[in-house]
Design a protein around this ligand. Structure first.
Ligand SMILES: *Cc1c(COP(=O)(O)O)cnc(C)c1O
Length: 230
């Protein structure tokens, strides 16, 4: 039964992936953006490799996980064999997990504080390379949500550029659930422009189209590809 179930899920994932890729291509044209300028991150958190592998075999190369340990367990071996996989850490990062991140994740989307930036910078010195990093911005000023507050962003970036060797590529946000996402996407785009950052990680299953219309260059899509999570 499990095999049939997994096969069914995989087929669904692959057809969803094709639909989303087609939508991205159309939205890129509408927005006057170059083909391939929007990268699709397939968010595979909590999903078993049995369901993920067929999507990988279909040519999908960017995958997202929320937890460092889950990323290591699921992807370490595969990544050693397949150098084309780009793995993204989307969830909050604790300072004591930074070392682990370097062996496996190509992107970090959740840098949001000075102490973490310093830890990453130390590890860059040791390793001689740096993952691509997004600064997460708490655009909705939500108490429970990670991300730096917008008013502190400029100073944070200034400090990083002056004292640290970090590869900051752009900004990331997760709009509040009960708000209009467009407002937050536009705001994040403005902040990125003001700070000379080219990449924008924004848009999930429910709002990736709006995100692309507002300048997203990386969209993070889980449920719409892999189905709902437990
Ligand atoms: C889980 C998660 C996603 C994907 O969410 P879906 O609604 O399933 O597409 C994207 N970004 C972050 C930070 C996440 O934690």
């Amino acid at each position: 039964y499990w095999e049939t179930y997994t096969k069914m899920n995989s087929e669904k994932s692959i057809s969803s992936l094709e639909i989303i890729k087609k939508q991205i291509a159309e939205l890129e044209i509408d927005a006057g953006q170059k083909k391939g300028s929007v990268k699709l991150i397939a968010v595979s958190k909590t999903k078993p490799m049995d369901q993920i592998k067929p999507v990988l075999d279909e040519g999908q190369s960017h995958f997202g996980e929320n937890k460092v340990q889950e990323g290591v367990l699921k992807w370490q071996e595969l990544k050693e064999k397949n150098k084309t996989i780009d793995l993204h850490l989307l969830g909050p990062l604790q300072s004591n997990k930074v070392k682990k991140v370097f062996g496996i994740f190509d992107y970090i989307h959740s840098l949001d504080r000075n102490s973490l930036a310093e830890k990453i910078s130390d590890e860059v010195q040791r390793k001689g390379f740096c993952p691509k990093i997004f600064i997460q911005v708490n655009t909705g000023l939500e108490q429970q949500k990670a991300g730096i507050e917008p008013e502190n962003l400029y100073e944070f970036i200034k400090t990083i550029r002056k004292f640290m060797s970090l590869n900051i590529v752009g900004l990331m946000c997760i709009p509040p659930i009960n708000d209009i996402p467009e407002k937050h996407f536009k705001f994040l785009k403005k902040l990125a422009d003001e700070n000379g950052l080219p990449e924008l990680s924004m848009g999930m299953s429910s709002d990736y189209k709006a995100a692309i219309k507002n300048g997203a260059t990386y969209i993070r899509v889980g449920t719409a590809i892999f189905g709902s999570r437990q």
